[in-house]
Ligand binder design. Structure first.
Ligand code: NDP
Length: 385
């Protein structure tokens, strides 16, 4: 018997299941790079259902219990008395989503003496201490590409929302007002602006593709350049580093993983190099930006807006300054957990578990750490060079 601890965000306050707005979500068979969408042997849910909260159980619970495994599903993950901590010592597998991460710190991993597999239902495994996972030969896997396009769409939405100043205009309507001058005093067109993408991987490249039709001037930086034909087709202007990029853009979107290199990268010194009135949309990881430097830049006008959906820590405390800073368009960590995305990463989590329980190899594109080293996608994306 395997013990599987699944840490998920709490159910809706209005109860579970919610009343769904739509009946179906489209099936996406493969991703832009040709990788197939998850291929589990079966699924026990209807795509489009809320799977990421406790009662949704990622659609795994009946299947796993039916196989005789012990399954714990909880949202209680903080502090030494949490359900997560109670069950860690004899857990074989821990599953959580970046939206409600079960932080697997070195101390927690030390107590999880039976832990063999940590699955990120979604993308981004920086909530797991990968160095310790390597030392302990724990496999870390995530559902690569499952929600990349979801995040790219959210990014485009937030770029437009900031530049056009959508949220305050909407609030004026809700408040019963109609002062057009109030509504447009910070509203601009995106057309013609310089937009820079920091890290053109799966999400960053999808953002570039989606923004190109807005007739913006597109810039980017990454460790490696995109193929020449892609640069030519999208009219991309390459910059050697983020420091070289930011003086040339009005909007920066951030899509690099959180690593030792990127943590705290957007600080006072970098923000001083931005054009006055720039916008940042960061759906990568909150800790890539210096929290208080962002607040200062919005207050001084160096930044005209900041949005994204990632915070540090998560959930953000009620007094997190990003909740109340001026000109922000933050959401809770939602971009990668649309109901459409949940169907894919729940299926991918099941695919990973099916392989693990059968003693078969996990698809290399899902692997971050395996066999005592970075592996698969992790060898490319997480290894700091
Ligand atoms: P990818 O691995 O496809 O792309 C990341 C890119 O960042 C790669 O091109 C990589 O370069 C580049 N990169 C890494 N480090 C640096 C650096 N120091 N400087 C410049 N470029 C760098 O990842 P995704 O596009 O799928 O996801 C990006 C991040 O988005 C994830 O790490 C995750 O944190 C976040 N994410 C957020 C979600 C949300 O819900 N908000 C959901 C999914 C992901 P190279 O090719 O050399 O490795």
């Amino acid at each position: 018997m395997t013990k599987i601890v699944i840490v998920l965000y709490p159910d809706p306050e209005s109860g579970y299941p919610p009343r769904y707005a739509r009946d179906v979500v489209p099936t996406i068979p493969s991703y832009p790079n040709g990788q197939t969408a998850p291929t589990p042997a079966a699924i026990d849910f209807i795509p489009g259902e809320l799977l990421g909260s406790v009662s949704g159980g990622l659609g795994l619970v009946d299947w796993l219990r039916g196989l005789g495994h012990e399954v714990v599903v909880t949202s209680d993950k903080e502090g030494p008395d949490s359900e997560l901590d109670k069950h860690l010592p004899d857990a074989d597998v821990v599953i959580s989503q970046p939206f409600w991460p079960a932080y697997l710190t070195p101390e927690r991993i030390e107590r999880a003496t039976r832990l063999k597999l940590a699955i990120t239902a979604g993308i981004g495994s920086d909530h797991v201490d990968l160095r310790t996972a390597i030392d302990r030969r724990i496999t870390v896997a995530e559902v690569t590409y499952s929600n990349s396009i979801s995040v790219a769409e959210h990014t485009v939405m937030q770029v437009l929302a900031l530049v056009r100043d959508y949220l305050p205009q909407h609030q004026i309507v809700r408040d019963g007002g109609w002062n057009i001058a109030d509504a447009v005093q910070r509203s601009y067109d995106l057309e013609g602006l310089d937009v820079g993408v920091f890290a053109a991987g799966r999400i960053g490249r999808a953002v570039l593709e989606r923004l190109a039709p807005f007739a913006v001037k597109l810039h980017y930086t990454d460790r490696y350049r995109l193929p020449e034909d892609v640069e030519a087709r999208l009219g991309l202007i390459w910059h050697e580093s983020i420091v070289d990029l930011v003086p040339h853009v009005d909007v920066l979107t951030v899509h690099a993983p959180l690593t030792e290199e990127t943590e705290g990268l957007i600080d006072d010194a970098l923000l001083a190099k931005f054009r006055r009135g720039s916008y940042i949309v960061n759906p990568a990881r909150g800790a890539i930006a210096d929290r208080d430097a962002i607040v200062r830049a919005l207050e001084s006008g160096r930044l005209a807006g900041y949005a994204g959906d990632v915070w540090f820590p998560q959930p953000a405390p009620a007094d997190h300054p990003w909740r109340t800073m001026p000109h922000h368009g933050m959401t809770p960590h939602t971009s990668g957990t649309s109901l459409s995305a949940q169907a894919r990463y729940a299926a991918g989590t099941r695919e990973i578990l099916e392989a693990f329980l059968a003693g078969k190899p996990i698809r290399s594109e899902y692997l971050i750490v395996d066999g005592g080293d970075y592996a698969g996608t992790g060898a490319h994306s997480y290894k700091t060079r």
